[in-house]
Design a protein around this ligand. Structure first.
Ligand code: ADP
Length: 486
């Protein structure tokens, strides 16, 4: 059964019970008050008759010492006649409860008079021939006689009134229930509307529409529930998109990986087949073997890089406070013997919190890329700048640059802007992916600025350590623009 119908049914049942019980008590209360009033009047009537009888008995001329039965009957008859038109019924009994006089229609039962004592007056409600009566009984002293006077008062109208009251109340209850059912129907559907909207939203989301949100139609607990549901849906949607993104990236990675593996392997297999199947002259033999060697080396480099990335992804770092000079002197020593580019170091002294070897690897990759992108003799700048939020490292070159559309993709594994140029430098598009992973471990990321034909600048922030070291080589060239200062 629908929740709104349950609310409707419960409300109707409660209302029906409340109206029924309330109505019953109300009508019954009125009835009891009326009966009490009628009993009072019946008892008063009995007292008046008693008084009238005694007066009449005193006025009867006494031939004998005792009040004769015939005189009693006579007084009884005259009392009944005196009350004609009022429906007064009376009965007179002697000391032995023998009936001396009874109005026509008076009940034959003498149980009430049998129970009356000297000092008592009694009454009871009786039902005779479809009529209700209040029967009263009292002891009567007339001269030397002790008599019993009983009266009967018709109260059928009071009972009929009660029946009419119940009937009217029943009809009223029915009308009220029908009217309130209509109102309650709309009320219960209004109150359960947020639930219907939530169900609809849940179904839409189950069907794949993750962006669907439940409409909030109230500001009570149901409104709060809708807000919480929508918030939960938002978090879920974000997680789902993230998972989808991760799955896509993984698929791209696998596709790129197989491609990167297949290309050098095809060449290696081709050259190896040529070497084993025919006799080549010395020069061709050397070229083939060299090709196999270079491609083999490239595959080796690629597998080492991949291993680095996988290891880095599962790693927790233990950062230490390192003077930045450590990195600059490492690069200076490494590239001192390599000719081809003009390396310029412009940096401020300082210290950072980092894993030395990992950051060395990042800087090495960036300088390597800068060299690969530059022409022979071009300047490559290694820059360092200290600010309140951290220390900024940058590698700037004046080489080929990167088109704006490619900037986002170059940190993806296996992505190369110019494949043949990268491959000719033993590249496999894994260097920046590795840099990204290492910087992620340090809570940082790569900042890239590049203009095709003019050059690129790759930089990243690291948290600064304690007091800056006063390094010997720490110089800052005048007029050099660092990315952090732009
Ligand atoms: P690779 O091993 O090919 O160098 P990377 O992940 O380091 O792989 O770089 C991805 C691609 O980004 C490179 O193939 C190159 O096309 C481009 N790239 C990286 N650094 C630079 C740079 N300084 N100037 C121009 N292009 C660059």
């Amino acid at each position: 059964m629908k929740f709104s119908y349950k609310i409707l049914l419960c409300s109707i049942m409660t209302m029906a019970m409340a109206l029924g019980v309330g109505g019953y008590f109300f009508v019954n209360n009125v009835f009891e008050a009326s009966i009490e009033r009628e009993v009072g009047q019946a008892m008063d009537e009995n007292s008046i008759l008693q008084f009238a009888f005694e007066t009449a008995a005193l006025n009867i001329p006494s031939k004998y010492d005792m009040l004769q039965n015939s005189a009693i009957k006579e007084i009884g008859s005259s009392l009944e006649k005196g009350g004609q038109g009022t429906g007064r019924l009376l009965r007179l009994s002697d000391e032995n409860r023998e009936i001396l006089y009874a109005s026509e229609g008076f009940v034959e039962d003498t149980a009430l008079v049998s129970g009356i004592g000297e000092q008592t007056r009694a009454y009871q409600v009786i039902f005779v021939d479809g009529h209700y009566y209040i029967q009263t009984g009292a002891v009567l002293h007339a001269l030397d006689r002790v008599l019993y006077l009983e009266t009967m008062r018709n109260v059928t109208e009071v009972y009929a009134e009660r029946a009419r009251g119940f009937d009217v109340y029943r009809r009223l209850t029915l009308v009220l229930l029908v009217l309130s059912s209509v109102v309650l129907f709309f009320f219960s559907s209004w109150i359960t509307r947020p639930i219907r909207l939530l169900t609809q939203a849940a179904r839409k989301m189950t069907a794949g529409d993750y962006s669907y949100r439940a409409e909030q139609v109230s500001h009570d607990e149901m409104g709060q529930l809708t807000r919480d549901f929508n918030h939960m849906a938002g978090v879920l949607e974000e997680n789902i998109h993230q998972l989808e993104e991760e799955v896509r990236a993984r698929e791209d990675f696998i596709a790129a990986f197989s491609h990167e593996l297949k290309t050098p392997l095809t060449a290696v297999i081709g050259y190896a087949d040529m070497l084993r199947s025919r006799k080549l002259d010395e020069e061709k033999h050397f070229l083939s073997a060299n090709y196999i060697y270079t491609e083999g080396k490239r595959l080796e480099a690629m597998s080492l890089r991949l291993l680095d990335i996988i290891v880095t992804k599962r790693w927790e770092i233990e950062p230490q406070e390192v003077p930045v000079e450590v990195f600059y002197s490492y690069l200076r020593e490494l590239y001192a013997e390599k000719s081809g580019s003009d390396f310029v170091f412009t940096y401020e002294p300082g210290s950072v919190r980092a894993e030395v070897d990992l950051i060395k690897s990042v800087l090495l990759n960036l300088v390597d890329n800068a060299c690969k992108a530059s022409e022979e003799g071009d300047r490559v700048e290694i820059l360092g700048h200290r600010q309140e939020e951290g220390y900024f490292f940058a590698v700037k070159d004046y080489g080929v640059g990167i088109p704006a559309g490619e900037l986002k993709k170059i940190t993806e594994a296996f992505y190369m802007v110019d494949k043949s140029r990268s491959r000719s430098h033993n590249g496999a598009g894994l260097g920046l992916a590795l840099c990204g992973e290492i910087l992620k471990l340090h809570g940082s990321s790569l900042k890239i600025e590049s203009t095709p034909g003019e050059g690129s600048c790759f930089g990243f922030w690291l948290p600064t350590g304690g007091c800056p070291e006063n390094t010997e080589g720490g110089t800052r060239a005048q007029g050099t623009l660092l990315p952090g200062e732009a």
